[in-house]
Write a protein that binds this ligand. Structure first.
Ligand SMILES: [Zn+2]
Length: 380
């Protein structure tokens, strides 16, 4: 019998390690927090024979950690890809999203996206290492600091590393009852700025040109770009503008998120957003941004690795399903674009990613640790 089925899984011990990671707050722009997560991860690999190297990104971001589980083997193997950053600002843990357990649900910032899944993959590998088993292919882990910022600093490292591997496993959270991810939408990120003319709101309001007002109209135009039938969504997620209540606002800035299903709509929507312009007199409009992740299409290689995973899941005792097209992007969008068979959503089951009700399901720890271990042992 294969070891991923045999050895008991100590879900409480794995949860204790997950808790340790969740209690280090690591929003993407907090390099210190992300690097503390990185150091905790290094300690999890102690005694397994793995070799690690740390690579700096930019001064404002945390480092990248690469762990080679079989440092003596050079053939293309399995790359496990995880991110260490979260979207939750420091203070969330002591405030809106304290670590807590309510029945099967365990809450905490980043516990579902994706510290839970990250830890399951390490736990799966440690089970293999402690049993002194040799996997068919060498395993490498890559931990990145900026996935929630579209991986701008780590993308080239991810792509270089993925090119040396035969398969990519991504520990993003599972969807809707444990479904894994075999297709994701692409993502674009844009900044729109309007500049008008400041004036005293009482004395000289006719001389002013209000950048916020102009932007409000542009925001409505962006809302109208949503097209559910084509799977296109846009969202104005951030806004900033003006200097005082009684001043006609000179500047306004918004950040816009775009999601799409295919390359054709990517090009079309990118062009439409870059062409946004206020029609009000004396208002300047500036748009910057681009497509940051290509769509992750379910291609031949993805089907093959999904079938392998489904077989392993059946042996463990559950039916593995893939989620319908997922709106969130991941680093899997890059590796699928490169033609490397990639499975995503292998992390914990739960819900509430990026919200204050983010939680994992304790009952998902055991089967998904076994699934990850099975993939590491069986992929060839
Ligand atoms: Zn994530």
């Amino acid at each position: 019998m294969s070891s991923f089925l045999q050895d008991p899984v100590d879900s409480e011990a794995i949860l204790a390690d997950i808790r340790g990671l969740v209690e280090i707050e690591s929003p993407s722009r907090n390099a210190e927090g992300v690097n503390r997560v990185l150091e905790a991860i290094v300690s999890f690999f102690e005694g397994t024979g793995a070799a690690y190297e740390r690579q700096q990104t930019t001064p404002s971001l945390g480092d990248i950690l690469r762990v080679r589980c079989d440092p003596t083997r050079d053939e293309p193997g399995v790359l496990v890809l995880s991110h260490m950053d979260t979207v939750h600002p420091v203070g969330t843990l002591a405030g809106k999203l304290a670590y807590r357990r309510e029945g099967d649900r365990i809450y905490g910032p980043g516990i579902y996206d994706m510290k839970g899944g990250l830890m399951l993959a390490i736990a799966a590998f440690r089970r293999i290492a402690h049993a002194r088993r040799r996997t068919l292919l060498p395993i490498t882990f890559l931990f990145t600091p900026d996935e929630e910022l579209s991986s701008l600093a780590s993308r080239s490292v991810i792509e270089r590393e993925a090119a040396r591997h035969r398969y990519v496993l991504i520990t993003e959270p599972a969807r809707n009852g444990g479904k894994i991810v075999t297709a994701r939408k692409g993502v674009g990120a844009f900044v729109v700025r309007t500049r008008g003319r400041p004036a005293h709101a009482g004395a000289n309001s006719d001389k002013g040109r209000n950048a916020i007002l102009a932007m409000a109209e542009i925001a409505l135009e962006i809302e109208r770009l949503n097209d559910r039938t084509r799977g296109i969504t846009t969202n104005v997620g951030l806004i900033e503008g003006g200097t005082a209540r009684n001043t006609v606002a000179e500047d306004c800035t918004i950040e816009v998120d775009l999601r799409f299903c295919d390359r054709a709509s990517a090009g079309e929507m990118e062009a439409r957003i870059l062409a946004l312009k206020s029609l009000r007199p004396d208002i300047e409009t500036m748009v910057t941004g681009k497509i940051t992740r290509p769509p992750f299409a379910r291609a031949g290689g993805v089907d093959l690795i999904f079938e392998r995973a489904a077989t392993i899941a059946r042996e463990i005792g559950f039916a593995l399903e893939s989620a319908p097209l997922v709106g969130g992007g991941s680093d899997g969008n890059f590796t699928v674009e490169m033609g490397i068979p990639t499975l995503d959503g292998l992390g914990v089951d739960g819900d509430g990613a990026h919200t204050n009700h983010e939680h994992l399901l304790f009952s998902s720890i055991e089967p998904r640790t076994r699934l990850l271990q099975g993939l590491m042992e069986r992929l060839e």
